[in-house]
Design a protein around this ligand. Structure first.
Ligand code: NAD
Ligand code: G6P
Ligand code: MN
Ligand code: MN
Length: 433
């Protein structure tokens, strides 16, 4: 019987996760689900936890759902630990977006200075969790969803020395859910190969006759068919000539780099107008928690689809079911490269198509990239390594190096001033600096 633990249990995504477990009830002999949060999140934990209990009950299941602020009690003898927490809460995300905005730059949950600071705040906490796991559940698998997901997964391996970890994102899931219909196919008829790093990967697709259909999908997306763009990302089209040249489908987040000017302009417009994404999410979250308080609601409400992470449980619960059931499922995960992408170091984390079974993720070889994509990828991966080392050590020089490498941060005195301002603004969540 399985003991599942979710850290950051008060998240509004929790019903999505519970729904994913209920869907897989025949594959997972679940006994206990532990939702863990911190005092600041207790109110949310109680509301969404009660909702989770109603969902389990409505499904006729005898699982016990525990709500706790005691992480160590939850982790004791756990089989799977998933993480979906936000250090500093949404207030910190507001700063990640608003401070760069003052400097005329784009700060976002996983990109620009915002993504760097989200990593700085999160790495100390995840390393503490890994320390507890070594003592309390040394055989458990860690399924990381906490952003920046790739960098956090890298920190777990490189600085936590914990191997049983899989990092996840819903972007590849969304792509594989939406794209087949754009060319009149089903998911089962297509073979997907993804490679890169989290929020910075490309993919190619083949049909059931062996013909590559990557360009067909791109053409359909240019004609306006839905390719699965997450709700949080502004829809600026890629330059067609550029994508036709690379002959791969860039991920949704590539537009922050390929159309940086337009994404920056949109972000600064929102910054002055409706508010940043964090401010919009606060509003969506408020509505969701109103709904969750309804004692008659016992299924995931449609409104959750307004969040960018929709369909996330299709990744998290499937990863757990695939490991537990030795299913050999194709999934796109953050895992050790091991040569699947020869352009990146083999002993670091990449996001890649992989076979998921009881032994974890076996990455599928993708091969080399052309110079343009290789250059971007090597810059971005090495920047991630610099960010993680800065986060793990609190080295100011490395933090400045990360800012300088980041394509969305201009280099010079203003970048340094912005770094200093963000260090002060985040002081309570940065014990290492
Ligand atoms: P949220 O703001 O609702 O935070 C979730 C919970 O984490 C809150 O209840 C909060 O109190 C709790 N928390 C904060 N610090 C904690 C700690 N130290 N220990 C335990 N709990 C703690 O966040 P959300 O919008 O639901 O997102 C949760 C996380 O998932 C974020 O890191 C977000 O970036 C990430 N996310 C990832 C993807 C992906 O594709 N990988 C998609 C969506 C969201
Ligand atoms: C997605 C991503 C996440 C991202 C999130 C933001 O698209 O895959 O990694 O950070 O959604 O969603 P939100 O609703 O919080 O803006
Ligand atoms: Mn993601
Ligand atoms: Mn820079």
């Amino acid at each position: 019987a399985l003991k599942l633990v979710t850290i950051g249990g008060g998240s509004s995504y929790t019903p999505e996760l519970i729904e994913g477990f209920i869907k897989r009830q025949d594959q997972l002999p679940i006994k206990e689900i532990w939702l863990v949060d911190i005092p600041e999140g207790e109110k949310k934990l109680q509301i969404v936890g009660a909702m989770a209990k109603r969902m389990v009950k409505a499904a006729g299941l005898d699982w016990t759902v525990h709500l706790t602020l005691d992480r160590r009690e939850a982790l004791k003898d756990a089989d799977f630990v998933s993480t979906q927490f936000r250090v500093g809460l949404l207030e910190a995300r507001v700063k990640d977006e608003r401070i760069p905005g003052y400097y005329g730059m784009l700060g976002q949950e996983t990109n620009g200075a915002g993504g760097i600071f989200k990593a700085f705040r999160t790495v100390p906490v995840i390393l503490d969790i890994v320390k507890d796991m070594k003592e309390l559940c040394p055989n458990a698998w860690l399924i990381n969803f906490t952003n920046p997901s790739g960098m956090i997964t890298e920190a777990i391996r490189t600085y936590g020395h914990w191997d049983k970890v899989i990092g996840l994102c819903n972007v590849p899931v969304n792509a594989m859910l939406s794209e087949p219909a754009t060319i009149g196919k089903t998911r089962e008829e297509l073979t997907y190969k993804f490679a890169g790093i989290d929020h910075f990967h490309w993919h190619r697709v083949w049909d059931n006759t062996g013909r590559e259909v990557t360009m067909d999908i791109l053409k359909a997306m240019y004609a306006g068919r839905d390719g699965g763009l997450p709700k949080n990302i502004f829809d600026v089209q890629f330059f067609r000539e550029q994508v036709d040249q690379m002959k791969m489908i860039p991920c949704a987040y590539h537009r922050y780099y390929y159309r940086e000017e337009e994404m920056l302009k949109h972000s600064l417009d929102e910054w002055q107008g409706v508010g940043t994404r964090a401010q919009q999410v606060m509003q969506i979250e408020h509505e969701l928690f109103q709904l969750y308080q309804d004692p008659n609601l016992d299924h995931k409400p449609a409104q959750l689809a307004q969040r960018g992470g929709a369909h996330y449980s299709d990744a998290a619960c499937e990863a757990i079911a695939s490991i537990y059931g030795d299913k050999h499922t194709h999934m796109v995960v953050s895992t050790l490269n091991q040569g699947a992408i020869p352009d990146l170091p083999e002993d670091h984390v990449v996001e890649v198509s992989a076979v998921i079974s009881a032994s974890g993720a076996l990455p599928i070889a993708f091969g080399r990239f052309q110079p343009a994509e290789r250059g971007w990828l090597q810059l971005m991966k090495n920047m991630e390594l610099v960010i993680d080392e800065a986060a793990a050590t609190g080295d100011y020089g490395l933090a400045l190096q990360a800012f300088t490498m980041n394509p969305m941060i201009t280099s010079g005195q203003r970048a340094k001033d912005m770094l200093d301002e963000m260090l002060v603004a985040n002081e309570k969540d940065l014990p290492q600096f």
